[in-house]
Ligand binder design. Structure first.
Ligand code: GLY
Ligand code: MN
Ligand code: MN
Length: 432
């Protein structure tokens, strides 16, 4: 497997702590999810805890105290327990955790309720997502109660509750070199798995078989698995944007929309290609595929430092509107279509979302100053589409029952942009 640079957890924490100023942050591990009974899903760590600490197992709470002189980074972790370890694997000693994760102090998780409120009450703002963990909610409530008393006497004490994302999202949206290395790898694996799986897309094949081919391609190449529920949508199924049942057989005239991405080192790739089961695309459907590719090109041209995701979307929408007019689906001119938002009947979603530890990575697209400017290190998708649900397009009935999306992953660089998923041509599979 590829050698990857280490993730800079300590440097990240220094930034977080400096931004917390007079406050604190509480990050609980994601809970274990059950399929039913006591069968567990494979564990997926909480992205915020992972980002700040590298902790990737259940049952942990990290406390960051920007207002304090000591114990600025404290971990609460499960203790050694031979019985539990028999089922879920070995745990590290408290000392080992301290050293491995660079914490100032490590305590058993069972001491959180007792120690937590006192650790948090002295800072003004507690960053904690309510509802993420009942244990942390209780600690924060008690810290706010104590903070109110302290503040009256000492002039400082917990009295504001804030979202951790207010500090973390802005950091996560700019990827560092170690993150970009993981995202390149996720993209490479996804491209290769698509290349392997696409020749198997033909009439009579089950959508589930294509899903299996893709996901086995991810795992065989060392990915953790799919970053999100794989979509293999034949014919009209592609008009359901989040279709993931993948339970139909591909018909001879179907266009097949495939949206999948590997997760590598916890970072996601997200690719969509749309291919004809027959290996050949003709007439209006060929034109529609070309329109989406034109929208992709126009959107890509707007991906540059100083640009905005809104501009990228604007370019895609213009190309889609012009294409719809050109195909006779709607009456022009395109400017009027855009002004009246008539293109949205066939292109109802945004062109881009941030990509990273989460497939829909957090981060603002617009802040108090307007649209957020693109900067080197930002990674997002470009995914224009056209969807013609049955009954939606009486003027060009041949288009009905097809959904076309083409999606790539883009990294903003100093010079412009790099398409991480460039290895997979946008028109792959269209001409046999
Ligand atoms: N695969 C989910 C998305 O494209 O947003
Ligand atoms: Mn996407
Ligand atoms: Mn996608």
């Amino acid at each position: 497997m590829t050698e990857l640079p280490p993730l800079p957890f300590q440097a990240r924490r220094e930034i977080i702590l400096s931004r917390l100023e007079g406050g604190s942050m509480v990050l609980p591990a994601a809970p274990v999810q059950f399929m039913g009974g006591d069968s567990e899903y494979r564990y997926r760590p909480d992205s915020e805890l992972l980002y700040a600490t590298g902790w990737a197992a259940p049952d942990c709470v990290a406390v960051l105290r920007g207002f304090a002189d000591e114990d600025r980074f404290v971990l609460f972790v499960p203790e050694r327990d031979a019985k539990a370890e028999l089922w879920t694997g070995p745990r590290a000693d408290v000392e080992e955790v301290c050293e491995r994760f660079g914490a100032d102090a490590v305590h058993p998780l069972r001491e959180l309720a007792e120690r937590g409120p006192g650790m948090l009450a002295g800072g003004d703002t507690i960053h904690c997502r309510l509802g993420a963990s009942a244990g942390c909610d209780g600690v924060v409530r008690e810290a706010l109660r104590r903070g109110r008393v302290q503040r009256a006497r000492k002039g400082a004490g917990a009295h504001v509750l804030a979202d951790p994302g207010a500090v973390l999202d802005g950091m996560r949206v700019r990827k560092d070199e170690a993150e970009i290395a993981r995202m390149r790898e996720a993209a490479r694996i996804t491209v290769e798995a698509f290349r392997d799986a696409l020749p198997g897309v033909r009439a009579g094949v089950g959508e589930w078989e294509v899903e299996a081919a893709l996901e086995s391609g991810f795992r065989r190449r060392g990915a953790g698995g799919p970053a999100f529920a794989t979509i293999v949508a034949a014919g009209a199924n592609a008009c359901t944007l989040h279709y993931s049942a993948n339970g139909s057989r591909i018909g001879p005239d179907d266009l097949v929309l495939i949206d999948a991405g590997a997760e590598y080192g916890w970072y996601a790739a997200d690719i969509t290609r749309t291919v004809p089961a027959s290996g050949r695309l003709e007439g209006a459907r060929r034109e529609a595929h070309e329109v989406v590719r034109r929208a992709r090109r126009a959107a890509m041209a707007a991906c540059r430092p100083g640009g905005t995701v809104e501009e990228v979307h604007g370019e895609a929408c213009r190309a889609i509107a012009e294409g719809l007019v050109g195909m006779g689906v709607v009456d022009g001119p395109a400017d009027e279509v855009l002004a009246e938002k008539r293109h949205q009947a066939f292109f109802p979603h945004q062109t881009s979302h941030w990509l990273g530890l989460d497939t829909h990575d957090p981060g603002l697209y617009r802040d108090g100053d307007g649209p957020v400017r693109l900067e080197p290190g930002m990674v997002f998708t470009v995914e224009p589409g056209l969807y013609f649900a049955p009954g939606s397009c009486p003027r060009v009935p041949e288009l009905e029952g097809t959904g076309i999306r083409i999606e790539d992953d883009v990294l903003i660089t100093e010079e412009g942009a790099e398409v991480l998923t460039e290895g997979l041509p946008a028109d792959i599979g269209v001409d046999g």
